[in-house]
Structures are given as structure tokens and as C-alpha cells.
Design a protein around this ligand. Structure first.
Ligand code: NAX
Length: 332
């Protein structure tokens, strides 16, 4: 059995954490041979609730769960961290402007970035889930200059999973038979879910979606809109934001980063743009990646139609605006 690794979950008393923690303890993310020490970070008023979460984790009686530390101290949480899920963020309240939300999050992700910089392992893998996820990841990375930029990612896997599931149901195939759906851009309603490179397995052969779909126009219209608005639809129905599916997606994101992607398949992650596909550099933009030996590479050379380009431009513009707003707060 390997030595235990320190896995941090911030926002540990919240909804997404409640579903994520079981997956981590059960070994579905880091594998059945990898024991973990859970570092559960939340704010002081949540320590009572967090105590209850710790009791439940103990009562799981799962052998891979080596040690649990509930804390409100980022330094204690991030010490020797190998993998980090940043779920905790300031929720958007009624009447709150986007810039107020960003300002509140700059403060949170500054403190966490600084603590990561000082205390985490230098090869720590960080996925930011708390919204606005892409820009929060950018801020966090900014305050952790000793950790490579590529170690900071934002989660768009929930959008990918939603897109994969919707496409599979539309085509009447099993969800695992749909691969290579791509989410481009921001985890917001400007994201562009694309099926241009998606493959569908039918009768042991793998075909592009365009060859198996009757109504191709649906892919550029209703499909895109439904994925962009799926989060809002869940909130409208559940009166709370996605939690179980978000936790599953966070686990998928980290598992693929840790264990690697399957041959011929790619997944979407918000990563620091290197200028590929003409996307502005140094924003955190969701891109298709392949992963090997715990390192991801942006998939190169995909064809971008003029329709797709117009969608990429919209989401890139929004991310540049968010970066400008975050920079304005940082300069204050
Ligand atoms: P909850 O409100 O249930 O939990 C958030 C937790 O974070 C709370 O326990 C809170 O006390 C804690 N927290 C707040 N500030 C903190 C800080 N400075 N340090 C540590 N913990 C802190 O929210 P939940 O439903 O779990 O959602 C968490 C975040 O995920 C939200 O920002 C939400 O908007 C975002 N989402 C992102 C998604 C994505 O695909 N990227 C999808 C789901 C979700 O909407």
C-alpha cells in the first residue's frame, strides 16, 4: 500500500463536499491502493456542522481513509497537500453585482493561494469548483507563484458530463458510448459545448456524431442552449444548485488528472491558455486535454468552424472582462 497523500476539500461543510467526500474515502478518485488524509477546510461558523461530517466519515468505516483534520485555518489545511478541491466560495446573493462577487472571491482565493504557495507540495493538483470558477482559479494561481500555473485548473467537467448525457439520450445510446464532447471557455452561460469531434460507438464501430444524427441543426441550437442553461434549470427545480452531479464531476476531473485519460479520448478542463486556437493567453479557459503521467496536454489541431469561432470569441471576451475586474480589485 502506498503512503497516504493529503487531500484538501475547502467548503467541506457544504453541499458538494457532502457527496464528494464519500467518493474520496471510497477510493474512486485516487484508486484502491492510495490511502488519503482528508484536510477539511471551512469557515469558523461551520465548524459544528463540519464535526458532524467528520463523524459520518468515521462511520463509513472505509480502510483508505487514514486521517481526518477539520479546520478553519488554510495553513493547517494546505500543509503538504497533494490534491486540492476548492469548493468554498462566496455565493452570489440577491442584488449582488458580478463585481461584488468577484471582489469577495478575490479575498478568499488570495488567502488560499498564499497558503498553497507556502505549505502545499509544489506538484499539488488544484481544481477550483467555487464560482466564478475560472477566474477564482486565476486569482489563486496569481498568489501562488512558486506553484506552476498548469497545476491550477477550473472545473467544467460537469458541463461535459451534462453534454455527454444529453447527446447520448438524444441518440438513444448508452452514455459511455459517447466520447470527446468538448466544453470551450468559461463555466458560465457563455460556455460553448461542441460536438464537432464527438464520437459515438454503435455496434463496435466508432463514428462521428454527424454520421449518426438526423437533425444536425439541433447540435448547434437546442443542444448548446440546454447545456448552457442546465445549471439554472437545476436551481429552478431543486431550489439549490447542482451538488451530487457537481461532486461526481469534481471526482472525474481529478481522477483523470491523477490516473490519465483513455487512448483516443479527451476531456475538458479549465486550464491556463497558452494561446492555442487564438485564445487570449493567461486566462483560465476550458479546453480539450489528454492526460498522461499526471500531466495534461491541450489537444491541438482541431478544426474550428466560423460558427465555433464566434462562440469562442464570446466566452473569451467574458473571461477577459472577469480578469480585468479581478485585476482592478487586486490593485485596490
Ligand atoms: P454550499 O453553500 O453548500 O457550500 C459552500 C461551503 O463553502 C460552505 O460550507 C461555506 O461555509 C464554505 N466557504 C465559504 N467561504 C469559505 C472559505 N473562505 N474557506 C473555506 N470554505 C468556505 O455550496 P455548494 O453547493 O457546495 O457549492 C460550492 C461552490 O460550487 C459554489 O460557489 C457554487 O457556485 C459552485 N458550483 C460550481 C460548479 C461548477 O461546475 N464549476 C457547479 C456546481 C456549483 O454551482
Amino acid at each position: 500500500m502506498a503512503e497516504p497523500i493529503n487531500v484538501v476539500v475547502s467548503g467541506a461543510a457544504g453541499q458538494i463536499a457532502y457527496s464528494l467526500l464519500y467518493q474520496l474515502a471510497a477510493g474512486t478518485v485516487f484508486g484502491q491502493e492510495q490511502p488519503i488524509n482528508l484536510r477539511l477546510l471551512d469557515i469558523p461558523p461551520m465548524m459544528g456542522i463540519l464535526k458532524g461530517v467528520v463523524m459520518e466519515l468515521e462511520d463509513l468505516a472505509l480502510p483508505l481513509l487514514n486521517d481526518i483534520l477539520p479546520t478553519a485555518d488554510p495553513e493547517a489545511a494546505f500543509k503538504d497537500a497533494a490534491a486540492v478541491f476548492l469548493l468554498g466560495a462566496m455565493p452570489r446573493k440577491e442584488g449582488m453585482e458580478r463585481k461584488d462577487l468577484l471582489a469577495a472571491n478575490v479575498k478568499i482565493f488570495k488567502v488560499q493561494g498564499e497558503a498553497l504557495d507556502k505549505f502545499a507540495k509544489k506538484d499539488v493538483k488544484i481544481v477550483v469548483v467555487g464560482n466564478p470558477a475560472n477566474t477564482n482559479a486565476l486569482i489563486c494561481s496569481h498568489y501562488a507563484p512558486s506553484i506552476p500555473k498548469e497545476n491550477f485548473t477550473a472545473m467544467t467537467r460537469l458541463d461535459q458530463n451534462r453534454a455527454q448525457a444529453l447527446l447520448a439520450s438524444h441518440l438513444g445510446v448508452e452514455v459511455s458510448n459517447v466520447t470527446n464532447v468538448v466544453i470551450w471557455g468559461n463555466h458560465s452561460s457563455t460556455q460553448y459545448p461542441s460536438t464537432a469531434y464527438a464520437k459515438v460507438k454503435t455496434n463496435n464501430s466508432s463514428k462521428p456524431v454527424s454520421e449518426v444524427i438526423d437533425d444536425e441543426n439541433w447540435l448547434n441550437t437546442e443542444f448548446v442552449e440546454r447545456i448552457q442553461k442546465r445549471g439554472a434549470a437545476v436551481i429552478a427545480a431543486r431550489t439549490m444548485s447542482s451538488a451530487m452531479s457537481a461532486a461526481k464531476a469534481a471526482g472525474d476531473h481529478m481522477r483523470d488528472w491523477w490516473i490519465g485519460t483513455k487512448p483516443g479520448e479527451f476531456v475538458s478542463m479549465g486550464v491556463t491558455s497558452d494561446g492555442s486556437y487564438g485564445i487570449p493567453k493567461d486566462i483560465i479557459f476550458s479546453l480539450p486535454v489528454t492526460i498522461k503521467n499526471k500531466k495534461y496536454e491541450i489537444v491541438q489541431g482541431l478544426f474550428i468552424s466560423s460558427f465555433a469561432q464566434s462562440k469562442l470569441d464570446i466566452t473569451a471576451k467574458e473571461l477577459e472582462e472577469e480578469r480585468a475586474e479581478a485585476n482592478a480589485v487586486l490593485k485596490q
